[in-house]
Design a protein around this ligand. Structure first.
Ligand code: IPE
Ligand code: IPE
Ligand code: MG
Length: 233
């Protein structure tokens, strides 16, 4: 079985999971957060190099205030307890514009990235205040700045230049993008990195119910795909 180097998952369906049970949406997010560890450990075990989970999008600020507050509280709590991952040998990276968060939260994220850097296993990427368009816009600004300061020449800008100004710089492109909950869209997630990803949309499964076996099912399907990259095979 060919294991994708980079798997990206849109953790969707928390709200519907809660609604089905007559619970507030925030209860769905709490249940969803509990799913994360088993998926990270499974992907690390089977040899995935990068697993990126979509935790909070640049568009998610448009949700009702109490839901956003609930999500922020949950994320803060998650960051607080992240040391429990240290022993699993994973590294951690945050992808997104983290400058909008409190200084405490930003410091904690940087501290986590550093603390986990001694590990050698899978990179666990957490997309937080992440938007693909925002990421590309920021990359364009950084490149424009370098041109202005004569650090690089306009004619030298190539795809590699763009890649090296993304949050995911140096990491492999997304091979397999999984979205549970029956929505058939990418919602601004890793749009540059997923240019040639295989997509696997899952119906009848919401993120809080998502299990390691669902990763295996997606990888099985991935292995049936014929990746031609515009060529013929
Ligand atoms: C995804 O679940 C979690 C986040 C966006 C943080 P949703 O909250 O989008 O769940 P549904 O799509 O409303 O069911
Ligand atoms: C995408 O899910 C964002 C995350 C899972 C963090 P959404 O539920 O916010 O996306 P839409 O609204 O279906 O596009
Ligand atoms: Mg959703």
């Amino acid at each position: 079985m060919n294991i994708p180097e980079h798997i990206a998952i849109i953790m969707d369906g928390n709200g519907r999971w809660a609604k089905k049970r007559g619970l507030p949406r925030t209860a769905g997010h709490i249940a969803g957060a509990k799913t994360i560890k088993s998926i990270v450990l499974h992907c690390n075990k089977i040899g995935v190099k990068v697993l990126t989970l979509y935790a909070f999008s640049t568009e998610n600020w448009n949700r009702p205030e109490d839901e956003v507050n609930g999500l922020m509280k949950l994320i803060k709590n998650y960051l607080k307890n992240m040391n429990s991952y240290l022993k699993y040998n994973v590294r951690i990276r945050f992808f997104g514009d983290i400058s909008v968060f409190s200084q405490d939260m930003q410091d904690r994220m940087k501290q986590i990235e550093q603390e986990f850097d001694k590990n050698t296993g899978m990179i666990f990427g957490i997309a937080i205040n992440y938007g693909g368009r925002n990421e590309i816009k920021n990359a364009m600004k950084q490149i424009a700045c370098k041109v202005k300061n004569n650090e690089i020449k306009l004619e030298d800008i190539d795809e590699q230049t763009v890649e090296s100004n993304l949050y995911t710089k140096g990491l492999p492109n997304v091979d397999l993008l999984i979205r549970p909950s029956g929505e058939y869209r990418i919602s601004n997630f890793l749009i540059w990195q997923s240019a040639y990803a295989e997509f696997y949309f899952m119906e009848n499964i919401l993120w809080p119910e998502f299990k390691p076996k669902h990763v295996d099912i997606a990888i099985e399907e991935y292995n049936k795909r014929n990746r031609t990259y515009g060529s013929v095979k």
